[in-house]
Ligand binder design. Sequence first.
Ligand code: NDP
Length: 476
Amino acid sequence: MTTADTTTRFTTESLLTAIQPESGGRDILDPATGELVGQVGQPGRPELDAAVATAVSAQRDWADLGDAERRRLLNRAADAVEANAEALAVLLSREQGKPLNGPNARFEVGACASWLRATADFDLEPETVVDDGQTFAQLHYRPLGVVGAIGPWNWPMMISVWQLAPALRMGNAVVMKPSSYTPLSVLALAEVLNTVLPTGVLQVVAGRGGLGEALSTHPDVAKIMFTGSTPTGKSIIRSSADTVKRITMELGGNDAGIVLPDADPKAIAEGLFWGAFINTGQTCAALKRLYVHADIYDAVCEALTEFAASVPMGIGLDETNELGPLQNEAQFDIVDGLVESAKNAGARILLGGDPDRDATGYFYPTTLVADIDPQNPLVVEEQFGPALPLVKYSDVDEAVRMANSLETGLGSSVWGTDRNAAAAVAARLEAGTTWINSHGGVDPRIPFGGAKQSGYGLEFGVHGLKQLAQPHVIVG
Ligand code: NDP
């Protein structure tokens, strides 16, 4: 019998049925239509404590299984995601709002499977650090115990896998606390993964009202993987202090892109667009402020506007759409407020900027804003939505200074025809990653993390595995 024959298959409806609470649930509504997607239970501190206790006991057997078996099971988990890809993508689209098509829901579910497989593939052997005939010292990587994973609402499935896959691979058990905006996506993903994982190694406690804080102060949780906003990250750092938890912080960004004078505006327009507008701009490492040299400013504005105007926005389940609504009203209000601040300051709207505030769904139109002051709030604050400011500059040093002027430093990018010249500018940018002639593409083999207040700790690759392990040196 093949693996595929033994894989459990769900429909979106059967997944939703499996994760519905018996009673007392909270409604989760589709951000595009306002329709009910499903209900989520409202677990509190007792349920969290029970989940952590289960994880503590499941983790011992999981660690004892050994690395080879855990690698095999992560590949089986990837099989399970692939076998249920469409059911997961439809649920994700309905709850998060992102379209099925384009670099959105199907893409996100596909990334979950790829990250599981890649995380199973990396080799991490004990490292011999000294072997000189007199001293023999080896560095081993042991499980930490129980890992708490706290995630955001923008890429709820993919970011969950970024957290859980390395944690499980290294022999830890995981308790997840998803965003209260997108709990069903994470519960459904775990339902699928748990068709192949041993009981208790992966659990989801999808509650709100202090549950994230309870997880980050819990004495039986060894590490917190956190992806979310910088203010919440700071609060987790504080609440984890008493138990000296290990923490990985993937926080907000306000990524700059610099377009050099030798760039070809038409050739880079599509890359600039998706760098900024992937997931309708609700992406941590999206391009959020673009500095364009005066010599080609008008041509870049024109080429970007032409491309942006051609990308359809609408309800996620409609296959024609590649941009969706904002996930929630609070985010709509942030984007709306920032674009208004730009308009009030006299910036020029190239496209969009005129939402229908009475329409159903949190749709904010694709918006490009030119001739904007570099200190305008739309430039210096994270919009996390489909509104890109284009700042004109005339001196590359000035562009580098503006790009580096904020407290955040997640990603950044440099765009130009001369690759070496672009790389020289890239080297001067303060960010965890700088892309040349693209923005925001992540790869499970390439370490990813923030500079400055965008966080610390690396994810992905062998570097990422090490963050989910207790280093243990044996000497002698
Ligand atoms: P939030 O920080 O508001 O929430 C993230 C998670 O933290 C949620 O699960 C939330 O639960 C939980 N939480 C809230 N308060 C606490 C607390 N005191 N202690 C522990 N957990 C808590 O972020 P968003 O969901 O709004 O995500 C958007 C932000 O995340 C953006 O700023 C974006 O840049 C950033 N982000 C960063 C990424 C990166 O890789 N660096 C990737 C994706 C997003 P609840 O929902 O119940 O409040």
